[in-house]
Design a protein around this ligand. Structure first.
Ligand code: XMP
Length: 175
């Protein structure tokens, strides 16, 4: 299987800077506690590292939550395994994930965060694959790129644990 570039690293970098500026403008101020960024792992690790540093806010907290629905394949199993959410009561929470696919992961985590008493919840994804949406509660307020129904790797996204290190976002071609 060979990676083919779908979105090069420089386009990702410039879009992430734009997202950071928009999010900071929308979510700045008016709260006692700083914005809490809830980063979904493993796939979101590159995106959240860059997005957090593109947020021109004086104070931001970052927490991490491991989620899994793919179990090494290229299709969602339909079951979203996830860790319990950290303490979010009364907080404004920005969930950050690599990709919005069926929507199950964001719907599940958003529900957990709301049940844990967050005052406001927003979601930001680098990629959106609307063609595969199943759960309408899995929606994002901020989207980097809308892409077709292809399995993507690189910039944190993997296939069976490989390719996360690639700086470009790539499609995995057979052969
Ligand atoms: P759902 O279906 O819950 O999916 O919206 C979100 C999670 O599924 C993973 N995912 C992918 N991972 N390439 C990947 O490496 C893909 O094309 C892809 N599509 C979905 C990802 O972990 C995301 O958090």
């Amino acid at each position: 299987m060979r990676p083919r570039v779908l979105i090069p690293a420089d386009r990702i970098a410039s879009r992430v800077r734009g997202l950071g500026a928009t999010i900071a403008r929308d979510l700045a101020g008016g709260r006692d506690a700083p914005l809490l960024v809830l980063a979904l792992l493993d796939g979101g690790f590159c995106f959240v590292a860059d997005l957090a540093r593109a947020l021109p806010l004086p104070d931001v907290e970052i927490a991490f939550l491991r989620t899994s629905s793919y179990r090494g394949g290229t299709r969602s199993t339909g079951v979203v395994e996830r860790e319990p959410v950290p303490s979010v009561a009364g907080r404004c929470v920005l969930i950050v994930d690599d990709i919005l696919d069926t929507g199950r992961t964001l719907a599940a985590v958003r529900g957990d965060v709301l049940r844990a008493g967050a005052a406001a919840v927003r979601a930001c994804v680098l990629l959106d694959k609307p063609a595969r949406r199943i759960d309408a509660d899995g929606r994002a307020d901020y989207v980097g790129f809308t892409i077709p129904d292809v399995f993507v790797i690189g910039y944190g996204l993997d296939h069976a644990g490989s390719f996360r290190h690639l700086p470009d976002l790539c499609v995995l071609d057979e052969g």
